[in-house]
Design a protein around this ligand. Structure first.
Ligand code: FAD
Length: 322
């Protein structure tokens, strides 16, 4: 079987969870080969982690351009590696940055591109991607019919499963295109750390909507999230009211999440909200209105006041953790 290139997301010298999920999926398609770019001294440790999750080869490239410029250096590096090894597929995390790199790569390879896959399979004609489309109302399967399939996959599509492989490091010297340095990063402002997982990558998400009644109402949402180790999300009604940051909005015009567990508290379940969370593996709704549309979607529904239900749940979870 051919190589499946996986662009490895890393941060603060550590491999990120979505990269381990991609390596797990890559094993279904062929022999995983990790691509670690701009990791500096952390590259050997990141390569070792990729090897633990099935990477037979780890292509490592380092240069100031990776940190100092926007996405073109990554696209240059991936293009060069893909042209050299003619992979079965290239897998990239479905983040904003990942999708931009994927689009540039597909264009340069004259290949088809599939974004936001939630699962990957292989049949006798090659990789097949599963996507949820039209606000997650339909599940479709697609394949790339021209060139090397370039596929972005949403975080949490699968559970990462280790499977040790050789993890042989191959150093790559990238020849950057003139466009690589066309835009430069001149400053970085770290986002204030909440101590909670990143929303789009979190395995558990607890969200609040207009039903929380105001900014203070998010306290019970946050307490439950912290007891579970979950990220906090919000409906657009809640963020438009200024009760919670826009960065936490989930839905058609917010972030798309696909966690193992999504708990919606005081959220009616409008189609635009569903578009951002409908692919969650298990959905729980807490709402005072038994006819709320969210109950058409949930695996578990609680008809009740979130100010009773959430603290009760938090207390029980904290007790069980002791
Ligand atoms: P509501 O619809 O007002 O629902 C509040 C719910 O809380 C009700 O069901 C009520 O029964 C329940 N409730 C009240 N009190 C309690 C309590 N004490 N305990 C338990 N339950 C209680 N929305 C998004 O979320 N994300 C998007 O990205 C998004 N994009 C949009 C894009 C467009 C173009 C448009 C037109 C709309 C978009 N919307 C989006 C808005 C969307 O249509 C809804 O208006 C919004 O999702 C409603 O938010 P909500 O469920 O919090 O509020």
């Amino acid at each position: 079987m051919g190589e499946v290139l996986v662009l490895i997301d890393h941060q603060d010298g550590r491999i990120r969870q979505p990269a381990l999920e991609l390596l797990t999926l890559a094993r279904r398609l062929g022999t995983p080969a990790a691509v670690v770019l701009g990791a500096g001294d952390a590259a050997p440790a990141i390569a070792a982690a990729a090897g633990e999750h099935g990477a037979a080869t780890v292509y490592v490239a380092d240069a100031p351009e990776f940190a100092g410029c926007l996405v073109v250096p990554e696209a240059d590096a991936l293009t060069q590696i893909a042209r050299a090894c003619t992979p079965t597929a290239v897998l990239i995390t479905s983040s904003g940055q990942g999708k931009e790199i994927a689009a540039r790569l597909a264009l340069r390879l004259d290949s088809g591109l599939i974004t936001d896959a939630v699962d990957l399979k292989r049949d006798d004609r090659g990789p097949v991607a599963v996507q949820e489309v039209f606000a997650a109302s339909f599940t479709v399967t697609s394949r790339v019919t021209q060139g090397v399939p370039v596929i972005t996959v949403k975080p949490n599509a699968v559970a990462a499963v280790p499977e040790p492989a050789v993890g042989r490091i191959e150093i790559v010297t990238v020849e950057f295109s003139p466009a690589a340095t066309g835009t430069r990063v001149v400053a970085r402002t770290p986002r204030a750390a909440s101590g909670r997982p990143e929303l789009t990558e979190a395995a558990l998400v607890v969200s609040g909507g207009r039903g929380v009644g105001g900014p203070d109402g998010f306290k019970v949402v946050e307490e439950l999230a912290d007891a579970l180790g979950a990220a906090v999300g919000a409906s657009r009604a809640a963020v438009d009211a200024g009760w919670y940051p826009h960065a936490q909005q989930i839905g058609q015009t917010g972030k798309q999440v696909c966690p193992q567990l999504y708990l919606a508290a005081g959220i009616s379940g409008a189609i635009q909200h569903r578009a951002g969370m409908q692919t969650s593996k298990v959905i729980v709704g807490v709402n005072t209105d038994p006819d709320a549309p969210i109950f058409d979607l949930v695996d578990y529904g609680v008809v009740g006041d979130l100010f009773d239900v959430l603290p009760g749940l938090t207390e029980e979870i904290v007790l069980r953790k002791v």
